[in-house]
Ligand binder design. Structure first.
Ligand code: IMP
Length: 499
């Protein structure tokens, strides 16, 4: 006879947190969001922690190298999507690892033979007021000079004047060598009152420019997630099909952490993939997704460094409608978190869990953490920002961004839904959609984080661990959900739109 779970499975919106005593020192400013991402022994530190409990989903429409840099700068990790060739994915990882915060590859370049008119045209096109003059006009050619608006007089100089006749030549430039650190580069900038410092190698080839304004921006990111070489930390999604080809390429590119990305991760294929990675590489790897105790223990015993929880709750997901598997995200998380606690008590090994999918309101993140998640993974949330890889469009009067599921016909990521032998996407498990455009990642994250810290301070907790151990959570009835929004008033917006 089949096994029945007769309690309904629940989602985040069915719960609220009950405030506890807020002591005077428990202010939002004193709340710490650092959290482990890889397993560790009692009393030891995890190899990788996040400074904010956010990761971006393994999706074409969410996590590329730009998103990875932007999110790591704020303290989280992106898992670069795996539904592309191993080579292309590794190239994205490499771009993140080679990106040096504050060091930018020159985007406006000309040769000394070009004219003032060319400088003005380039400025109009790119908006940059600093133009690097290289022997071949490329960003890494031999640096011969720099042109800024201080080198020409708009009304007096003829537009056909050659750059070589008015640029600041290399011999008069202050520059840094290619081994310089960001802090040394900035010392030079301050010492010589520069706006921009070119970085060149021993053959005078241009590598980067360091701008004064970028340094200020860099200083504003104290949570940036960096490795020992000061490169951003980056993750990548893999599947249980082509891992023997993909993992070596990603490791070679410098990936910090992998995750096996599958809709249902409770499978022997995931065990095989974990065993292969663990016996051949020294790289951290998470697995999933699961929604119960058995799935969690299976992946942990197979070697997973963290486990991802959630089936069917994603905003673009139609898995539940298509094949009828899944579980309310809150119930899944509560059961897995309990299994994790038992495992910790028995073995002394703490395995972080990630709540993946279904975050709609910011407070859902806090609820997920309170229910035992160490961090969340989000797709829709990040897809709305400038930094996501998709197009921004105007639909009607609103700006939107494109957002599609990995199981949609558009992504055709059949490996994610593979349960053996299926070499193509026979039916869709995701949709192709739009999400409202929301502006920059940093601005939105700042707001979300202040809400999380505020909730945690209302709960009298100053860390995620504290919240997990002490949160008081209540189920809300359908009627009290109505009470939770604005009700029994006439909203001004609707009054106006009715005019
Ligand atoms: P969201 O944050 O609610 O948008 O959920 C994102 C999560 O949905 C991802 O991290 C995946 O676990 C899951 N997902 C991504 N693409 C699909 C799909 O096409 N169908 C079902 N689930 C998906």
């Amino acid at each position: 006879m089949a096994h029945y779970y007769l309690e309904p499975s629940r989602t985040f919106s069915e719960f609220l947190l009950i405030p506890s005593l807020t002591t005077k020192d428990c202010t939002p400013a004193n709340v710490e969001l650092k959290t482990p991402i890889t397993k560790f022994k009692k009393g030891e530190q995890p190899d990788i922690s996040l400074n904010i409990p956010f990761t971006s989903a393994v999706m074409q429409s969410v996590s590329d190298n730009n998103m990875a840099i932007a999110l790591a700068r704020c303290g989280g990790i992106s898992f670069i999507y795996g539904s592309q060739s191993a080579e292309d994915q590794a190239a994205m990882v490499r771009k993140v690892k080679e990106y040096k915060a504050g060091f930018v590859v020159s985007r406006s370049n000309l040769t000394p033979e070009a004219t003032l008119q060319d400088v003005l045209d380039l400025k109009e096109r790119n908006g940059h007021s600093t133009v690097a003059i290289t022997d071949d006009g490329t960003p890494n050619g031999k640096l011969l000079g720099i042109v800024t608006s201080r080198d020409y007089r708009m009304s007096r100089d003829p537009l056909d004047k050659r750059i070589k006749d008015f640029m600041t030549p290399f011999s008069s430039l202050i520059y840094g060598d290619s081994k310089i650190t960001l802090s040394e580069a900035n010392d030079l900038i301050w010492q010589h009152k520069l706006n921009c410092l070119p970085i060149v190698d021993e053959e005078q080839k241009l590598h980067y420019l360091v701008f004064r304004k970028d340094y200020d921006a860099h200083k504003g990111n104290p949570l940036a997630l960096l490795d020992a070489n000061k490169s951003y930390i980056v993750g990548a999604g893999i599947n249980s099909r082509d891992y023997e080809e993909r993992v070596p390429a990603l490791v070679e590119a410098g990936v910090d952490v992998l995750v096996i990305d599958a809709s249902d991760g409770y499978s022997e294929w995931q065990q095989e993939t974990l065993k292969y990675v663990k016996s051949n590489f020294n790289v951290k790897i998470g697995a999933g997704n699961v929604v119960d105790r058995e799935g969690f223990l299976y992946l942990v015993e197979s070697g997973a460094d963290f486990v991802k929880v959630g089936i069917g709750g994603g905003s673009i997901c139609i898995t539940r409608e298509q094949i009828g598997i899944g579980r309310g995200q809150a119930s899944a998380l509560i059961e897995v978190a309990k299994a994790r606690e038992e495992y910790y008590e028995q073995t002394g090994i703490y395995v972080p869990i990630c709540s993946d999918g279904g975050i709609v309101h910011d407070y859902h993140i806090t609820l997920a953490l309170a229910m035992g998640a160490d961090f969340v993974m989000m797709g829709r949330y990040f897809a709305r920002f400038d930094e996501s890889p998709t197009k921004k469009l105007k639909v009607g009067n609103n700006f939107v961004k494109e957002f599609w599921g990995e199981g949609s016909n558009r992504a055709r990521n059949w490996q994610r839904y593979d349960t053996g032998g299926k070499q193509s996407l026979v039916f869709e498990e995701g949709v192709d959609s739009y999400v409202p455009y929301a502006g920059s990642l940093q601005e939105n994250l700042d707001k979300t984080i202040s809400k999380i810290k505020s909730t945690m301070s209302h709960c009298g907790t100053k860390s995620i661990e504290d919240l997990q151990n002490n949160a008081r959570i209540t189920i809300v009835s359908a009627t009290s959900l109505v009470e939770g929004g604005a009700h029994d008033v006439i909203m001004k917006e609707s009054t106006l739109s009715g005019e």
